[in-house]
Design a binder for this molecule. Structure first.
Ligand SMILES: Cc1cc2nc3c(=O)[nH]c(=O)nc-3n(C[C@H](O)[C@H](O)[C@H](O)COP(=O)(O)OP(=O)(O)OC[C@H]3O[C@@H](n4cnc5c(N)ncnc54)[C@H](O)[C@@H]3O)c2cc1C
Length: 598
């Protein structure tokens, strides 16, 4: 039976017919692997996600974690799923072999991981945070820290969190107040409160490795004074055994709209509820250099941002497949041209407007999946590069695509979930069907890991201009290559290539004009409009790439790809024209609006 989580056929197309990930095995880093090992991992992911993660998705939404003042309880199925994932040795799918990982390409690992997010994004959240935590510590941690914390996380015994946000400091991390007091033995004691921390406090694992941002007193102000610490729930003795409880107290759980299966916590550090070594203060171990914490954390955040994008795609994807199945089965109404009211009703997929909603979802979710796998391949190219130039080229492109990879699916695959509800009609608005939960779960994605607005500031304020516009130029080169291939293919593919090329030229012209004006306030005021036009252009490029890969082949699958590409160019890419016009005018409507006029 075909899965309604993801499409295996689409993944095969993207991985092998388009991105040709099997060719990565020619590189040293991946030489131990083959298409067979890739397929085996993908198959295993699909099976485990279907068997252990999907069945409790609704239950963990309805029975969210509870706190009795001492302990947090989470339904048993979450632990069973996490244990199954750990036992399958999947935690280290893409990690370096020297740390016990399987060193698979990130592209394959991401595709594998998508099965879990589609099945149950909350339970998968515990894994995502742990994996990002491991990746950060293997890069910046000491050998002792790796031994004490990374190895048990890899084995699934410990789990990880990232603790940046505070009540008064969400987008503006420069304003965090948590402080880390240095101790004579080289450790630190942390005091302060963190807000919104996912995956903290539970009994699912033996220990929880919190990666916490805090300021060492006397350091520089703002983000340059932020350092990064490991602050475990329990201290770990030199022999690896679990020691005293650290001074981290759960002030309470947040009650969320979606993603309810994963705990979301308010944590107090150093309030004295627990007294490790006989004194209050949460014991912390500095990671990397002092005051470089945000830069270190960004290593995790960039990965987490792409992870958020993939989570959004996965939720959009499963909503699409479920609404497609529903539309094939639900009889309602008759064709517009049917005259006989006693003729049998047709399944709603027969109505053009329902096909429009399905086609839009297909274009968003397959476009989003392709974008995220493309980004993952850039990570692989950078990690396995044979020269600095090659690494630099992949990194430049990845840099500018990261805010898009996070934001575009968070917006448009959420829209896909909304359309999936619409296809279900009234039934989609009830909890008997899955799609309302997918929408609620997906609604988080434009908020966390840097809001939509913050991503737009990152794209326009940093990425577009970084290194004298080198990232933007790298994207221009990549788009130019696709346009050349598509033009050579001729026919409709060449026509779409010309449309993409014209939109790209216009975007470059508008961007140059915005910066040349010197009116940075007006330019940045419409950064979200820029992000959205830029995102649609990038995804149109990704659709053209897919169309080139389809390359005239026949059959339903390829015809479906062609039609979705056509849809994207006819219905979606034209949205960018008025957006680019508004940007070119340096429109001041929002700036000129006054508080008292609201
Ligand atoms: C369910 C959930 C899970 C989370 N998990 C974690 C976690 O595990 N670890 C963690 O550290 N954090 C976590 N967060 C926190 C999350 O990253 C923050 O909520 C997010 O960064 C936004 O911060 P805020 O909520 O304080 O909103 P604010 O920063 O107050 O933003 C409110 C609005 O103002 C806008 N805004 C803010 N500053 C600017 C600006 N300079 N320019 C333009 N617009 C601006 C924002 O875009 C937004 O629309 C989680 C949040 C939620 C809801």
């Amino acid at each position: 039976m075909k899965s309604t989580l993801l499409s295996r056929r689409d993944l095969e197309f993207l991985l092998y017919e388009w991105l040709r990930v099997d060719e990565l095995t020619k590189r040293d880093r991946f030489s131990e692997h083959s298409r067979e090992t890739f397929d085996a991992v993908l198959e295993l992911c699909e099976q485990l996600a279907t068997r252990y993660f999907a069945p409790h998705n609704k239950k963990s939404d309805a029975a969210e974690p509870t706190f009795d003042g001492e302990k947090v309880s989470v339904i048993d199925e979450v632990k069973e799923a996490l244990d199954a994932f750990g036992q399958a040795d999947l935690m280290g799918m893409a990690m370096d072999a020297e740390f016990g990982g399987a060193q698979l390409p990130m592209t394959v690992a991401e595709a594998g991981f998508a099965w879990f997010s589609a099945a149950n994004v909350s339970t998968t959240g515990y894994l995502m945070l742990t994996i990002a935590n491991i990746n950060l510590l293997t890069k910046f941690g000491t050998p002792e820290q790796i031994e004490a914390f990374v190895r048990p996380m890899l084995a699934g015994r410990f789990s990880g969190t990232m603790a940046l946000s505070e009540t008064q400091a969400g987008s503006s991390l420069a304003d965090i107040l948590t402080r880390a007091e240095p101790q004579d033995d080289g450790t630190y004691r942390l005091f302060g409160a963190k807000m919104w921390i996912s995956g903290a406090e539970h009994e699912l694992t033996e220990n929880i490795v919190n990666l916490v941002l805090a300021k060492i007193p006397g350091g520089p102000p703002g983000t340059k004074g932020i350092s990064l610490f490991i602050v475990p729930k329990y201290l770990v003795a030199p022999d690896g055994s679990i020691g005293e409880r650290n001074d981290i107290a759960l002030a309470g759980l947040n009650h969320k709209m979606g993603q309810r299966g994963i705990t979301n916590t308010v944590l107090n550090f150093g309030e004295g509820k627990y007294q490790p070594g006989g004194a209050p203060g949460a014991v912390g171990y500095l990671v990397g250099e002092p005051h470089r914490g945000l830069a270190h954390m960004f290593h995790m955040m960039n990965e987490a941002r792409l992870g958020v994008g993939m989570g959004a795609v996965s939720l959009g994807y499963t909503g699409y497949l479920k609404s497609l199945e529903y539309a094939r089965e639900r009889p309602q109404g008759r064709p517009v041209t049917a005259k006989d009211p006693s003729a049998p009703q047709i399944p709603i997929i027969g109505h053009a407007d329902v096909r429009r909603m399905l086609l839009a979802q297909k274009a968003y979710v397959e476009g989003g999946m392709a974008l995220l796998l493309y980004c993952a391949k850039l990570v692989d190219l950078a990690n396995s590069a044979e020269s600095d130039d090659e690494r630099d080229a992949a990194t430049l492109l990845l840099d500018i695509l990261t805010p898009v990879g996070k934001s575009w699916p968070s917006q448009w695959c959420l829209e896909a979930n909304s359309l999936a509800i619409q296809v279900h009609g009234g039934y989609g608005y009830t909890r008997e069907y899955d799609v309302e939960q997918h929408y609620r779960d997906n609604r988080l994605n434009p908020i966390h890991e840097g809001t939509h607005g913050i991503q737009s500031l990152d794209l326009l304020g940093r990425k577009v201009t970084q290194r004298g516009g080198a990232s933007l130029a790298a994207l221009g080169t990549a788009i130019g290559q696709t346009v050349a291939h598509a033009t050579a293919a001729g026919g409709e593919t060449a026509e779409l290539a010309a449309e993409l090329d014209a939109t790209w030229q216009r975007l470059v012209e508008v961007t140059t004009g915005m910066f040349a004006s010197g009116d940075i306030e007006a330019a940045m005021a419409n950064s979200v409009v820029f992000l959205e036009a830029f995102g649609h252009l990038v995804v149109a490029w990704i659709w053209l790439e897919q169309l080139v890969a389809v390359n005239g082949r026949s059959g339903d699958f390829y015809d479906g790809k062609r039609q979705a590409a056509r849809y994207f160019f006819r219905y979606e890419l034209p949205r960018t024209a008025p957006q680019l016009d508004l940007l070119a005018r340096l429109d001041r409507t929002t700036l000129d609006m006054r508080d008292e006029w609201f």
